[in-house]
Design a protein around this ligand. Structure first.
Ligand code: MRU
Length: 347
């Protein structure tokens, strides 16, 4: 199943808000539909948000019939797509690439200009697929034998252009027969673990158990797991990691219990402009996602809610960051500086 795909001038994507109950695909040639899909998490997961935004940019520019209107259309598309979600840096990276491609071919005939934009979006998509494969291979080698892993949120095919980040590591270890079992957090409030990771692991035939977000501590205390593997939405120069809220708690627990805390992400998730995690903008979600389950209220009317979508895990709590270029160990500042951005063209 292709979660997102360019098909004859349109974008086709799986609406992840409907999973696992329904597999509904949306086909659109409207960038506003794409922006809305990113906002409401129909398209989600840091790398997939970047890919979706790149295709959204293509759709916006495809509507232009008069070359003199191109600069204004670029401006409009950038504002629309970049204002969807603030934390995953892949979104901004992808848009920067699309704008650079647009600038490079601005004086080409309109049809050729549009073809270049499409080629760039397809390249972002293809490169992400390759990065996932490499992350899986590098990361699987880090896991202990008979690995029993805790993972958080969703980091698989639904979140990327390929097999995933943390889930690619897990899938590769399963293929190598070094993985025994996966425990996944349900990931309140939007349940990406329960709805999406449980669905993906079932499809992959990987033995897995769903638990509430607060269960990991007890699992570790009982000695039932030997690694934590998660993805990332933005990684700063010092190795601080923004990922789905709850990741920081897992990292503290992993440290306390002497379990490796592994973060898997493509280099397109690295933000070389930020020195540390305190500079990462954190998305705040609508309180209704906490006070309600579906349309059913579970908290008293008028209660105040604090709902950051992501938290920041300090680099010193992370044992290894795995990218498509290899494995980095703490302290991360020097290895991050040594990454070769050119190789993925995503930096
Ligand atoms: O709010 P979401 O579902 O977009 O959050 C996704 C995550 O936090 C993932 O862990 C992260 O994007 C890494 S995905 C490969």
């Amino acid at each position: 199943m292709r979660v997102i795909e360019w098909r004859e001038g349109s974008l086709r994507f799986l609406d992840q808000t409907r999973l696992p109950l329904e597999e509904i695909f949306v086909t659109t040639d409207d960038e506003y539909v794409v922006a809305d899909a990113i906002k409401r998490l129909a398209i989600r997961g840091a790398p997939l948000i970047g890919i979706g935004a790149a295709y959204g940019f293509v759709l916006a520019l495809n509507k232009v019939t008069d070359a003199s209107k191109v600069p204004a259309a670029i401006e409009r598309a950038s504002i629309l797509l970049s204002s969807t979600r603030p934390t995953a840096v892949n979104l901004f990276r992808a848009l920067e690439r699309m704008k650079a491609e647009a600038a490079a071919f601005m004086s080409a005939p309109l049809l050729e200009f549009k073809l270049h934009l499409l080629e760039e979006a397809l390249a972002i998509h293809r490169e992400d697929e390759a990065m996932c494969r490499a992350i899986g291979e590098h990361g699987a080698a880090l896991l202990p034998n008979a690995a029993v892993v805790v993972t958080h949120c969703n980091t698989g095919r639904l979140a990327t252009g390929g097999e995933g980040t943390a889930l690619a590591v897990i899938a590769k270890a399963w293929e190598l027969r070094t993985l025994k079992h996966v425990y996944m957090d349900e990931t309140r409030p939007l349940m990406q673990g329960a709805r999406l990771t449980a669905w993906e692991l079932k499809q992959l035939g990987i033995p897995s158990t769903l638990m509430t977000d607060s269960t990991a501590a007890f699992l570790m205390q009982r000695g039932l797991v030997n690694a934590v593997v998660v993805g990332a939405d933005r990684i700063t120069l010092n190795g601080d990691v923004a990922n789905k809220v709850g990741t920081y708690g897992l990292a503290v627990l992993a440290k306390h219990h002497g379990i490796p805390m592994i973060v898997a992400a493509p280099t397109s998730t690295l933000d070389f402009t930020l020195v540390n995690g305190s500079e990462i903008p954190i998305e705040q979600r609508n309180g209704k996602e906490v006070t309600h389950i579906g349309e059913t209220r579970i908290a008293p009317e008028g209660v105040e809610v604090y709902s950051p979508a992501f938290d920041i895990t300090p680099g010193e709590l992370i044992s290894a960051i795995v990218t498509e270029q290899g494995v980095m160990q703490y302290p991360f500042r020097d290895p991050i500086k040594r990454l070769r951005p050119g190789r993925s063209r995503a930096l």
